[in-house]
Ligand binder design. Structure first.
Ligand code: HEC
Ligand code: HEC
Length: 122
């Protein structure tokens, strides 16, 4: 019974519409376009957030001295007023390598920060 209903709904989604304002495009197409755009946006926003210095510094401050060293370094303070972000140096640009880095170090870092008790993290 439930299965049948879903099937009907699915077919309805992809039926050519009769209403003029839909331009003959099935409702499903709009729905999935919306979902796709939303997903892409969420993905892009999270990629940017996890490349921000605030994100890295949030964990790394107090863990060791890299943040302090960075803030004193030429990469942060220089006459050009430009600075390289943590991610500029530590996260690869090419898509697949970037994904691999984010996933792999994400899992490792979160695990170490929240579950491993024998290392001194801020
Ligand atoms: C959830 C907390 C957390 C966040 C956020 C975080 N790190 Fe880490 N990071 C760690 C921990 C914990 C380690 C130590 C891992 C170990 O001992 O192997 C680490 C290790 C590192 C290392 C040493 C290399 C390695 O793999 O051990 C680098 C480089 C690094 N982080 C850079 C970054 C950069 C750049 C960012 C931002 C894009 C970042 N981290 C965000 C917790 C974090
Ligand atoms: C200009 C490029 C550059 C920037 C910017 C940069 N790093 Fe690094 N970082 C490096 C390099 C290169 C190494 C490896 C140095 C080494 O092994 O001695 C390193 C090493 C590290 C390590 C490992 C230190 C260790 O003891 O092995 C951590 C953690 C780290 N960086 C975190 C960060 C964080 C967090 C930021 C931003 C606040 C940052 N880095 C900004 C280039 C950079």
């Amino acid at each position: 019974m439930k299965k049948l209903l879903l099937k009907e709904l699915w077919e309805k989604l992809w039926k050519r519409p009769t209403a003029k304002w839909l331009l003959g495009i099935p409702v499903g197409a709009f729905l999935f376009l919306g979902l796709g755009a939303g997903g892409l946006l969420t993905f892009n926003v999270s990629m940017q957030m996890t490349n921000s210095n605030e994100f890295c510094v949030g964990c790394h401050i107090g863990m060791d001295t890299v943040v302090e060293e960075y803030r004193e370094s030429i990469h942060y303070k220089n006459v050009h007023g430009l600075s390289a972000s943590c991610a500029d140096c530590h996260v690869p640009e090419p898509f697949l390598e970037k994904m691999e880095t984010k996933i792999r170090s994400g899992i490792k870092d979160i695990y170490k920060k929240y579950w491993v008790k024998d290392i001194n993290l801020g």
